[in-house]
Ligand binder design. Structure first.
Ligand code: PEP
Length: 239
């Protein structure tokens, strides 16, 4: 049996990959089902009911459960599929027009069906900013998203937008484990959030340095979650 020491939360965001159900089922079958860390995979919504893995997450949802809302995903239907976590406010969705108000409504709807929202913040930050400017942007995103919400019930993912899909978070001086640690500590102390993840080109080479930070409770890898060898290394990394 694997030791349960310093267990972190690792959430793999598959985004719009792969293209077919067969490939999705195959990919999930290659992910260690009993890793060292609590591990969640988030396949595209279309494949959620068929992909087998002990903990499933969704990449997004609507804020209402039922009715005349074409093309939307019901939080209650996700719950019935066994979904445990759902991403909200991912920078790719904020770019596509998701507003702070929509994000707040999604967080609230997820909590009401007992799915843990994973609120992504960090959109709109740039490499030029110092820690203080970054915390200002994050503070504003959290203040809007958490209006009327019990912050201790959600997970926050700090994702400096410039580091996402960059392939190398160290490419820019700000996306370092030290910087992410400072931001994670700020989110916890200011908002009462209990768990903060780091996301932005996390991979098996750099994961340990982030996981070793005391206030970083896990990772949200995108690209690396599609590579079973890399992802299995991350989810079994002792820290
Ligand atoms: C993400 O999808 O939130 C993400 C961080 O992606 P990547 O790891 O590919 O940068």
């Amino acid at each position: 049996m694997k030791l349960k020491h310093n267990q972190k939360l690792i959430i793999g965001n598959w985004k719009l990959n792969p293209l077919t159900l067969k490939e999705a089922v195959r990919l999930a079958s290659k992910i260690d089902p009993q890793p060292l860390h609590e591990t969640v995979i988030c396949p595209p919504t279309l494949f959620l009911s068929s992909v087998k893995y002990p903990r499933l997450g969704a990449q997004d949802c609507f804020w209402l459960n039922k009715g005349a809302y074409t093309g939307q995903t019901s939080p209650l239907a996700l719950k019935k599929l066994g979904v445990k976590y759902c991403l909200v406010g991912h920078s790719e969705n904020r770019t596509a027009g998701e507003s702070e108000e929509m994000i707040q409504k999604k967080v609230s709807a997820l909590l009401s069906v007992k799915i843990t929202p994973v609120l992504c913040v960090g959109f709109g930050t740039t490499v030029e900013e110092d820690d203080l400017e970054v915390t200002d942007i994050i503070k504003s995103q959290l203040t809007s998203a958490l209006a009327g919400i019990d912050a201790s019930k959600i997970v926050v993912a700090y994702e400096p937008v410039w580091a996402i899909s960059s392939g190398d978070p160290y490419h820019h001086k700000m996306a370092t484990p030290d910087h992410a640690e400072k931001i994670a500590m700020f989110i916890k102390t200011k908002f009462g959030v209990k768990k903060v993840l780091y996301g932005g080109s996390a991979n098996s080479t750099n994961a340990l340095e982030f996981l070793e930070q005391p206030d970083i409770d896990g990772l949200l890898p995108g690209g690396a979650s599609l590579l079973p060898k890399d992802f299995n290394q991350i989810i079994n990394m002792s820290c």
